[in-house]
Design a protein around this ligand. Structure first.
Ligand code: AMP
Ligand code: MG
Length: 327
């Protein structure tokens, strides 16, 4: 079974092709173009959508070339139907619908967050993990029970990715800027005390963002170091409590922030204390990409023959814990 997956929820337009044989998936190609707003600014949904429209046909043809397959070889197409920015989501949906109707192949709307988790499981081999999903759009702790992902904790305001991106933008970087912050943080070990806010299993980052922004700009590296230490310690506390509660023996980190080495270092220590196996998405596939959508579409195909074209919706706020999983 050969699938094409299309991701366009926010800054990334990506197409990927995966060949599924039994329970295994082999990524044949994963091509991406990332919209970069001007320095200091966030994503403008209309501009991001314009970027996706302008790049969609090139990304699709590069993806087919790299996989060395013809568009007629595709058995199905899937696209990220939400959550995400409406104008961006519509671009991926239009490309997917056009392919499905012209080539008469089944089409699958995929929940973007579930895509992160399923691809993480495929690439790491985690079987039944507690999942920490940390990205631009999510900060959630999840475990699977009775056909649904259940939320054990989440952010009460902004996400971990937004915290890093908004602080990075205040320093003049272009979003996404988690990587810039990680690089600056690596040059400091001087911790400046910052507000730490864990409420039960939930976290709150907005006070931390304001306090970090008030650190004088000559202390950039110390600010980045202290921001990472505080935010990641908060997340680690929530993970530790959820591990004790769920007694899961695996932890899997997915989402763009999973690329951060310091976050992994702290969570490995938590796992060691709980005799729990630690898994993290490979850096290349941690953030938004077509592979996450493609693989989830292929899984859905196991017992669903696509959805009618008239039901190929996009939903800006589609929570992953509302999705019933039948594969
Ligand atoms: P996603 O929405 O899954 O593509 O994730 C994007 C988020 O990941 C953005 O907020 C980025 O700033 C963040 N990110 C990417 N690389 C890193 C990194 N090395 N450290 C921390 N955050 C990162
Ligand atoms: Mg994402």
């Amino acid at each position: 079974m050969i699938g094409l997956g299309i991701e366009s929820t926010a800054h990334t337009f990506s197409c990927a092709i995966i060949k599924k044989t039994g329970k295994n998936g082999k990524i044949l190609s994963d091509v991406r173009k990332i919209y970069r707003p001007p320095n200091g600014e966030g994503i403008h949904p209309r501009e991001a959508a314009r970027h996706h429209i302008e790049n969609s046909s090139q990304v699709l043809s590069d993806c087919l070339d790299e996989a060395k397959i013809n568009v007629n070889d595709l058995d199905l197409v899937s696209y990220a139907a939400g959550p995400g920015l409406g104008p961006c989501l519509r671009v991926g949906a239009v490309v997917a619908r056009s392919l499905a109707s012209y080539y008469k192949i089944p089409i699958y709307p995929v929940n973007h967050a579930i895509g992160h988790i399923e691809l993480g499981k495929l690439l790491t081999g985690a079987k039944n993990p507690l999942v920490l999903l940390v990205s631009g759009g999510h900060t959630m702790l999840l475990a699977f029970l009775n056909k649904q992902w259940r939320v054990f904790g989440e952010t009460l305001d902004i996400t971990l990715g937004q915290l890093l991106d908004q602080f990075g933008r205040s320093m003049g970087f272009a979003s996404p800027c988690g990587k810039n912050i990680e690089t600056l943080a690596n040059n400091s070990s001087n911790y400046i005390p910052l507000p730490y806010s864990v409420k039960g299993n939930d976290v709150s980052f907005s006070g931390l963002l304001s306090a970090t922004k008030s650190i004088p700009s000559r202390n950039k590296e110390d600010a980045c170091f202290s921001l990472q230490e505080t935010a990641f310690a908060m997340v680690s506390e929530a993970v530790e409590r959820a591990l004790s509660f769920t007694r899961k023996k695996e932890l899997l980190i997915v989402g763009g922030v999973a690329a951060n080495k310091r976050l992994s270092e702290m969570l490995k220590e938590v796992c060691r204390r709980h005799s729990c196996k630690f898994f993290v998405s490979p850096q290349k596939y941690a953030g938004d990409c077509g592979s996450q959508i493609c693989w989830t579409g292929l899984l859905e195909n196991q017992n669903k023959k696509g959805v009618p074209l008239e039901d190929t919706f996009v939903t800006q706020s589609w929570r992953l814990d509302s999705v019933i999983i039948n594969y």
